[in-house]
Design a protein around this ligand. Structure first.
Ligand SMILES: *[C@@H]1O[C@H](CO)[C@@H](O)[C@H](O)[C@H]1NC(C)=O
Ligand SMILES: *[C@@H]1O[C@H](CO)[C@@H](O)[C@H](O)[C@H]1NC(C)=O
Ligand SMILES: *[C@@H]1O[C@H](CO)[C@@H](O)[C@H](O)[C@H]1NC(C)=O
Ligand SMILES: *[C@@H]1O[C@H](CO)[C@@H](O)[C@H](O)[C@H]1NC(C)=O
Ligand SMILES: *[C@@H]1O[C@H](CO)[C@@H](O)[C@H](O)[C@H]1NC(C)=O
Ligand SMILES: *[C@@H]1O[C@H](CO)[C@@H](O)[C@H](O)[C@H]1NC(C)=O
Length: 518
């Protein structure tokens, strides 16, 4: 009884101490202060609200004299659910050849640059898959309208790439998104021919863009697409009335899955993002040892490399890393595209990779009407293959095909003004460490791999837009190839660290001397 009384005395004196502070526990007050600061930061980050927009309609830096262009014009004030004037843009389907009976058509959305000084550059963006829609990149990564995971409504994107150049998002190849026709390609040279054919038709209508500098960019499986498209354009310079300058591929598929997924898996798991228990950690360690992965990175990934990098001894075909079952039992909302995600499960209006959406934005007929898209069931990633039976027969871009003396990407690097490969460090669908292995095993400019190590903390961003300043990763450039690793980023780098991707694209275009802007 006495002890209970003294406890109550203690509690009441503690409470009166708290009341004396105006009802707030000091840490709580500090936490609320941090939240207020975050809110203030986010309000500038998300850009002006609909109310504070001026009533004058946004003007275009480009006009197109061909009357046929009119049918593609999208009014930036009437895009469903977008409560601000996004500015004028052009969208629709165009065939991949001039044949009047052509059944294959690609869907595009073209946005003129918002900066009148940048009208000579055109950036092409494609998502990967194969068969995933570039409208995902448009709405959730680098477009002027941002409706990302968990966002209640779309907002202007202060890091939209069309501030730096004209942008065209294309749903390709045939079989992807709104694009029309029956897929029958067997490799990415045929994919490139489709796209170049499309551009021929596009430039007939939007002929003011002819002769522009072209930059090809993309993500994920675009590690196959983009180097092949670039290679095709360099090998067939007369087919396209644009001047290809360079490429940018982020979190790309570049080589064998074993290299980009399995060998680096244990080191990835060890970086403390997975709180696996000790018995499971021991199990992973044993699997890594048995597969010959554990010492592999230290032994073979040297700067410069000692020679062609071998496969780990006795690698089992189709071996996988930490099983989905184990990850999910610990974190029910585990997201392989960004392993740092935790509860709650954020919605995505595109239904991917989350499936908690109420609707799929581009599957709505009002949205389809606004952008001159056909009324079809739009899927973010095609459920049928975009290749003929047998799939993509292309050799991965960092590997040298039998009979060739250089890889596709090696050739593209040698012919381009700049080539950038980027990778988010919290991506586990493809792991950055594996991209390092692939680079060290590739020959370009007469040498194999990078000759000197990648300096840690060498990628620094100083963004005037968000007030973001500081180290955002690692970067290294040799012989025309720049590699960048982004901290804090999963697979979709412009979605997660938009200021960092923006700085990298600004470098690609030659607007700054290094990927760092700080
Ligand atoms: C427009 O682009 C030019 C050239 O790239 C640059 O110097 C200028 O700062 C840009 N303006 C804005 C508002 O970003
Ligand atoms: C695919 O089909 C089209 C006709 O729709 C044909 O012209 C083309 O040659 C075919 N391509 C391949 C690679 O078979
Ligand atoms: C490295 O390149 C060589 C030669 O191109 C190839 O045989 C080998 O499989 C590659 N190693 C890895 C780990 O990708
Ligand atoms: C350790 O983790 C593994 C994988 O999640 C699980 O199967 C096992 O039951 C866990 N062991 C303990 C003691 O929690
Ligand atoms: C897309 O919309 C159509 C109706 O327009 C509907 O039948 C279909 O289920 C929708 N697809 C998804 C994945 O919501
Ligand atoms: C590689 O082959 C091409 C022809 O396919 C040739 O033009 C080039 O000189 C060769 N390069 C080297 C380094 O042997």
């Amino acid at each position: 009884m006495a002890r209970l009384e003294s406890l109550l005395v203690f509690l009441s004196s503690f409470l009166s101490f708290v009341w004396a502070l105006g009802g707030a526990i000091p840490e709580m007050e500090e936490a609320m202060q941090i939240q207020r600061e975050q809110l203030a930061r986010f309000s500038s980050f998300l850009g002006p609200t609909a109310q504070s927009q001026s009533h004058t309609k946004r003007q275009s830096t480009m006009t197109f004299s061909n009357p046929a262009a009119e049918a593609f014009l999208v009014d930036g004030t009437t895009i469903p659910d977008v409560n601000f004037d996004a500015g004028p843009s052009w969208a629709g389907l165009l065939p991949i050849s001039g044949d009047p009976d052509e059944t294959r058509k690609l869907f595009f959305w073209f946005w003129p640059t918002t900066n009148a000084s940048n009208t000579k550059d055109l950036i092409f963006w494609t998502n990967g898959g194969p068969g995933c829609s570039s409208l995902e990149g448009f709405l959730q990564e680098n477009g002027p309208i941002s409706w990302s995971w968990g966002q209640a409504e779309p907002t202007p994107n202060p890091f939209a790439w069309n501030q730096l150049a004209h942008m065209i998002w294309v749903e390709q190849p045939v079989g992807t998104g709104f694009s029309q026709g029956t897929p029958n390609i067997t490799n990415d040279d045929e994919l490139a021919a489709q796209l170049v054919g499309f551009f021929g038709q596009f430039l007939e209508i939007f002929h003011e863009l002819k002769g522009n500098d072209l930059w090809l960019t993309g993500e994920s499986y675009a590690g196959f697409y983009v180097p092949r498209i670039a290679n095709f354009i360099y090998e067939n310079p007369d087919l396209l009335d644009l001047s290809l300058q360079g490429i940018y591929i982020a979190d790309p598929s570049l080589t064998y899955g074993v290299v980009q997924e399995d060998i680096p898996a244990l080191r990835f798991a060890n970086q403390n993002v997975f709180p696996f228990n000790s018995s499971f950690m021991a199990q992973l360690q044993a699997a890594s040892d048995a597969c010959g992965y554990t010492d592999y990175l230290d032994q073979f990934i040297t700067y410069p490399p000692a020679g062609p990098i071998p496969f780990p001894v006795g690698v089992p075909e189709g071996s996988t890393s930490a099983s989905a079952q184990c990850r999910l039992s610990l974190n029910p909302v585990f997201n392989i595209y960004r392993v740092t995600d935790t509860f709650p499960n954020l919605w995505s209006v595109l239904g991917f990779p989350r499936s908690t959406q109420e609707f799929i934005y581009f599957n709505r007929t009002d949205v389809q009407d606004a952008i001159h898209a056909p009324h079809i069931n739009w899927e973010i990633c095609a459920s049928k293959s975009v290749y003929a039976a047998g799939g993509d027969k292309s050799v991965a871009s960092m590997l040298t095909a039998a009979g060739a003396n250089i890889s596709t990407l090696g050739n593209v690097i040698e012919k381009s003004v700049r080539t950038v490969v980027a990778h988010g460090l919290a991506d586990m669908i493809l792991i950055a460490e594996g991209t390092r292995i692939a680079i060290q095993n590739m020959t370009w400019g007469g040498l194999q791999g990078f000759q000197t190590p990648i300096e840690p903390e060498s990628f620094v961003v100083d963004s005037p837009v968000a007030g973001v300043q500081g180290v955002y990763g690692n970067t290294h450039t040799e012989r025309g190839l720049t590699y960048i690793e982004f901290y804090y980023s999963g697979h979709m780098t412009p979605q997660f660290v938009p200021w960092a991707a923006f700085s990298a694209i600004s470098f690609l275009l030659g607007k700054q001397d290094s990927p760092s802007s700080g």
